[in-house]
Design a protein around this ligand. Structure first.
Ligand code: FAD
Length: 395
């Protein structure tokens, strides 16, 4: 019989790495199995930047974001690396109801923010042109989370506390057997007291039974970068350039200042093409660049909107309601799942890791997983990022 491991983590993206970090710090010995090589770019956690923000359309996210800021800062101190840049988040919307609803939530949690309308946006941020029909909310604590540095830091700190990472190990089967859970990865067989499944877009493949409880779909996203053609200083380190979330008539887009590529902003449409993650598309359909292109042409005068200067690929794992799926697997409570991060999970991965650690340590699900994220919750179909209120809703 194989050695009985404390916990096997399947998937070494940001969720698996942060889970391993917390579990190792709590005295467990996690073994992380990752199908690809270290630092690969075929999942969701690669690249240098993601948006971090307090501004959310659902109050559930606020306490979790407070904890995430604290935990990222703790990881910054432990790793000696800068992981966050608080350059602010500007949320612009064509729906006043949406912005005001977010403002009420921030107020309730005592989070500093302010509202802008139309030309006030360009007075504060000269990079943009928005007319009377636009509403803005500024979340000064928002900004950039340095994704690649976070992944490396979580990985390194997890190893320092006793975790082991094995790359090139594709898990093909997870099976409950008596007092243990058996994990098959090619020729290798692992046996563990607990298994954590953090496999992003591969969730339906790794745990086929998950379909009975939660509907997740992998989507390919075209990550578009655009050249700054004029006033480059406004986008540089001293240019007061915020990260941006845009809601325009039901479409969601987002922007980050140049981080990944010099003098190129990231500006993307928050929607993609359903795919099998083992068979990525060679090219995204035209809407992936046409929708950002139109918005950039109308509202970002310094950017060359003729075409994206660079296009990368990334995976979303969408749930029906765009909220997450965290909890114990119904048919075997020793298997913990954290998935369905719907294109917005990076910023709070460090708290997801803490929740996973609690579940593995036997904490009641109702004490650690917010209702909105439980695997077994009721879902309504909606696509949201900042969780906006539909246009025309009463204030
Ligand atoms: C374009 C884009 C923009 C985004 N912007 C933001 C943002 O601004 N802010 C934010 O907070 N979030 C953002 N996100 C979301 C965030 O990046 C994801 O929620 C997060 O990275 C998900 O991490 P994960 O660990 O669940 O998935 P992944 O990073 O995909 O990790 C899963 C891992 O499991 C491995 N795996 C799968 N199957 C197996 C198997 N059988 N055996 C072994 N290993 C396996 C995979 O290879 C992969 O490495 C964005 C995502 C994308 C794609």
């Amino acid at each position: 019989m194989a050695e009985l491991l404390d916990v096997v983590v399947v998937g070494g993206g940001i969720m698996g790495s942060c889970s391993a970090y917390h579990m190792a710090k709590a005295g467990l010995k996690p073994t992380v199995l990752e199908q690809f090589s270290e630092g690969h770019s075929r999942g969701s956690s690669h690249g240098q930047s993601r948006i971090i923000r307090y501004a959310h359309g659902d109050a559930t996210y606020l306490p979790i974001m407070k904890e995430s800021y604290e935990l990222w800062e703790e990881l910054e101190r432990a790793s000696g690396k800068t992981l966050l840049k608080k350059c602010g988040l500007l949320w612009v919307s064509s729906s006043e109801a949406s912005v005001r609803s977010c403002s009420r939530i921030l107020e309730k949690f005592g989070i500093e923010h302010h509202l802008l309308r139309g030309e006030q946006i360009q007075e504060e941020f000269p990079q943009f042109r928005y007319g009377d029909k636009w509403f803005g909310l500024v979340d000064p604590e928002g900004g950039v989370v340095y994704a690649d540095r976070c992944l490396k830091a979580a990985h390194k700190e997890a190893i320092e506390h006793g975790a082991e990472f094995r790359f090139g190990e594709k898990v093909t089967k997870i099976e409950s057997r008596g007092d243990r859970v058996v994990v098959v990865a090619g020729e290798a067989i692992y046996e563990a007291r607990n298994v954590v499944v953090t496999v992003g877009g591969w969730l339906n493949e790794v745990l086929p039974g998950i379909k009975d409880v939660v509907d997740v779909q992998a989507e390919q996203i075209g990550v578009m970068y655009w050249k700054v053609a004029r006033n480059a200083e406004l986008y540089g380190p001293t240019g007061n350039c915020p990260t941006v979330a845009v809601e325009e008539a039901g479409k969601i887009m987002y922007m980050l200042p140049p981080v990944d590529y010099s003098n190129q902003i990231k500006f993307c449409y928050h929607a993609g093409e359903p795919i099998d993650p083992n068979r990525p598309l060679a090219e995204m359909p035209a809407y992936a660049h046409q929708i950002p292109l139109e918005h950039i042409s109308n509202h970002l005068p310094d950017i060359d909107a003729s075409k994206p200067s660079t296009i990368d690929r990334c995976l979303y794992t969408m749930t029906k309601d765009s909220h997450y799926a965290i909890g114990r697997y119904p048919s075997d409570a020793r298997i913990v799942v954290a998935g369905g991060f719907s294109g917005s999970g990076f910023k709070l991965a460090i708290t997801v890791g803490r929740i996973v650690k609690d579940l593995v340590k036997g904490v009641e699900e109702s004490h650690t997983v917010p209702e909105l994220f439980r695997i077994t919750r009721k879902r309504v179909e909606q696509r949201c990022m900042v969780g906006g209120v539909p246009e025309g809703a009463t204030l």
